[in-house]
Write a protein that binds this ligand. Structure first.
Ligand code: NAP
Length: 211
């Protein structure tokens, strides 16, 4: 059976994705730094590995077919953690994936990672970290899908998407629930080509969005 490693499985998107993947009958390896955060999910197909992304975590990749990197240092930490997690842990994950012959690497990046210098100054270190991690994956030789969501919200899923950046900044949003659904779709329907797409709520069904 295909095994998917979710890095950041205790996060807001990560936990939703973990549950969606399990509901869908997938074998999931959940990499978390505190396994009690997944104690409410019990499933015979769930294998939890406790590891901190600032240490070694290469053992988590063994026999995994897919990797979804959905970790992030979060807005409350400083640039040091942004470099350690959003940049370095993401780059090291791609390296570990390569060593373990992973078939498909899905990276959750961010809107603005294409042009960090044009973003608000306060988040430029974050956008640079995402940019460098994206570039590292693109150069890795792995089969990849990079998703750059707009501003995340905790609204209920809308089930409708677009990959075209909305003209109004305030419309460039997507719910975490919808990002998790999109990631599930991408894992289950890998495109032949490598892809890099921004993602927002819009008007298309998921299969039209990622055809
Ligand atoms: N906020 C936005 O509007 C926005 C927009 C575009 C993209 N994004 C990106 O979307 C992604 C997911 O967002 P989210 O809201 O789901 O994030 P989140 O809830 O903050 O989840 C982040 C995950 O990373 C894990 N993590 C952080 N440091 C770690 C470490 N040292 N070792 C192991 N795990 C660690 C967290 O573990 P714990 O549970 O233990 O803390 C958590 O599981 C992030 O990469 C974010 O940058 C965000």
């Amino acid at each position: 059976m295909k095994k998917t490693l979710i890095i950041g499985a205790s996060g807001q998107i990560g936990k939703k994705l973990t549950q969606l993947m399990l509901n869908d009958g997938n074998d999931v390896v959940a990499l978390v730094r505190d396994k009690s955060k997944l104690s409410d999910i019990t499933d015979k197909n769930l294998h939890v590995i406790e590891a901190d992304l600032t240490g070694n975590f290469g053992h988590a990749f063994k026999q995994c077919t897919n990797v979804v990197f959905v970790a992030g240092s979060g807005g409350e930490t400083g640039a040091d953690k942004t470099i350690l997690i959003d940049l370095w842990a993401a780059c090291r994950s791609a390296d570990y994936a390569k060593e373990n012959a992973v078939k498909h690497f899905i990276l959750v990046s961010s809107i603005g990672a294409d042009a960090p210098s044009t973003g608000p100054e306060s988040i430029q270190p974050y956008l640079i970290a995402k940019h460098v991690a994206d570039e590292h994956l693109m150069r890795s030789g792995l089969h990849y899908s990079i998703v750059r969501p707009g501003t995340l919200t905790n609204d209920d899923a809308k089930g409708k998407f677009t990959t075209e950046r909305p003209a109004q900044k305030g419309d460039a949003t997507v719910t975490r629930e919808d990002v998790a659904k999109a990631l599930l779709f991408i894992v289950n329907n890998p495109s032949k080509e490598n892809t890099l797409t921004e993602l927002f709520n819009g008007s298309k069904n998921i299969s039209e969005t990622f055809k």
